[in-house]
Write a protein that binds this ligand. Structure first.
Ligand code: NAD
Length: 462
């Protein structure tokens, strides 16, 4: 018999530790659904801003939803202050270590803190929402138990793995309308508590917020329950597969250029096959962001511990990082010499609708251009502040808009396909450039329109 009366507790007390892209989105959405949520972060600046009602990530809809859910939402730097809770979610970062393994130190620290603060009357489900290697649920359980033993406290708790699949830029939509929710746990009580937590999503009983309408064709999500190891592996398998799909189309894009095919047509031709599906088949400069690079490396590391090479995943990584450098090849093919040229970079974020720069293709491309002696100008609608902070050593010129970016450029390179860039006035831009060259790294622009205006246009795989 568990210590929670499952079924009677529609509104749960939820603590989310780590208030980044995943933690804040999850916290805000669960608060919107009626749960009492306290978000904990060690970063005082983040907590201070959130307490003042200011979203600390750039994510469509998050600011509005935070406001709507404010009565159910609290922020603190102190985990003990946030307890007791029915559910404690760990949503801290798990960056790559030098050997590719996931750095679990933040997760372990949170587990220690939980063990150091649980009291005997509480019985929470501790949830690994961070992307963590197989065995992490057990590791968290051991850490908490050890702390409790050291304190001589007999508190009951459960541990579950509940990997997150949201995409930055569509995080609220993905949280409220997921394809599936995966829970890996050994105890039925833990599963039931989490089923209860997610009931409004599983049954779609909530009124959709204005910022994230329910898609007309949305079907109820599947609640997958499994053991923690399978749940942990599901997350790595999902990200490895998506990464592989992107690298697959990029590999074909390279061949399409050589044989004279159009990769957009090829992608459509295969994507309409339901066994393949059209999503994540857009040729371009490859993936970036906090997850695909880190998670593919981490799963390769895990497999290596078993003497098991992950050849497909490794190939996906190799193709991805080669893909970034096609910008340099294309610029060399047109400009001949990069040294002394002025190159304008359209977009810095790893993808549109986020200010996240982790593993962004723009970083490698800019570093290479600077190394080759180019003068580099950049413009991004939201990510320039972060870029300036994170790469103060990079000699780039920050521009206020596309026009000042194009001024005096020998080429413009589209790296991030922000929606704003779809309505660029190319005639005016062309008048400002020294040479009218466009490298369309995301196949976003209209080749005919640009060529009719005298631009030399190069896309990817076309
Ligand atoms: P993030 O870096 O944006 O946020 C992590 C937050 O945790 C930071 O605000 C940090 O200050 C805080 N933190 C670190 N140590 C802490 C501690 N001891 N106590 C309290 N707070 C602490 O990370 P993120 O992008 O939200 O990712 C979190 C996890 O979710 C990672 O494992 C990631 O792989 C996974 N994930 C991320 C995404 C994504 O799109 N970002 C999607 C799915 C899964």
């Amino acid at each position: 018999m568990g210590c929670l009366e499952v079924g009677t507790r529609n509104k749960q007390r939820v603590v989310i530790v780590g208030t980044g892209y995943v933690g804040l989105t999850t916290g805000v959405c669960l608060a919107y659904l009626g749960h009492k949520v306290t978000c904990v972060d060690i970063n005082e600046e983040i907590v201070g801003k959130l307490r003042n009602g200011k979203a600390t990530i750039h994510e469509p809809g998050i600011q509005e939803l935070m406001l709507e859910a404010r009565d159910n939402l609290h922020f603190t730097c102190s985990l003990p202050y946030a307890l007791p809770a029915d559910v404690i979610m760990i949503a801290v970062g798990t960056p790559s270590k030098a050997n590719g393994d996931a750095d679990m130190s933040a997760v372990e620290k949170v587990a220690e803190e939980i063990g150091a603060n649980l009291d005997k009357d509480s019985c929470p489900v501790v949830v690994n929402k961070s992307t963590v290697p197989v065995g992490s649920a057990r590791r968290v359980e051991t850490i908490i138990k050890t702390q409790l033993e050291q304190r001589g406290v007999k508190a009951q708790f459960f541990v579950a793995s509940n990997p997150e699949f949201l995409r930055e830029g569509a995080a609220i939509h993905d949280t409220l309308y997921p394809d599936r929710i995966v829970v890996g746990a050994e105890d039925t009580e833990a599963v039931n508590i989490l089923r209860q937590l997610y009931a409004p999503i599983l049954e779609q009983t909530f009124i959709p917020p204005a910022c994230a309408k329910r898609p007309a064709d949305y079907e109820l999500p599947v609640f997958i329950t499994t053991n923690p190891t399978s749940a942990e592996l599901i997350k790595y398998a999902a990200n490895s597969f998506l990464a592989m799909k992107i690298s697959f189309i990029n590999e074909f894009a390279g061949l399409a250029e050589k044989v004279g095919a159009d990769i957009k047509e090829v992608a459509r031709g295969i994507g309409l096959d339901k066994r393949i599906g059209y999503r994540y088949l857009e040729a371009g400069l490859g993936w970036g962001g906090s997850c695909f690079g880190k998670d593919t490396k981490a799963i390769i590391y895990t497999a290596s511990q078993y003497g098991y090479p992950m050849k497909l995943v490794q190939a996906a990584i190799d193709v991805n990082y080669r893909q970034r450098m096609i910008v340099i090849d294309k610029l060399q093919a047109i400009l001949k010499v990069i040294r002394g040229s002025t190159i304008g970079i359209l977009g810095l974020a790893f993808k549109p609708d986020t200010d996240d720069l982790r593993d962004a293709p723009s970083i490698d491309i800019i570093k290479k251009l600077v190394e080759q002696g180019a003068r580099v100008k950049v413009y991004d609608p939201v990510a320039m502040v972060n870029f300036r902070k994170q790469f103060p050593e990079l000699m780039v010129e920050y521009c206020d808009n596309v026009f000042s970016l194009s001024n005096g450029c020998d080429a413009l390179v589209l790296v991030t396909e922000w929606q704003d860039f779809s309505s660029i006035n190319w005639k005016l831009v062309g008048e400002k450039m020294r040479r009218k060259v466009i490298i369309d790294g995301r196949n976003m622009f209209n080749r005919e329109e640009l060529e009719s205006l005298g631009f030399t246009y190069m896309g990817v795989g076309r």
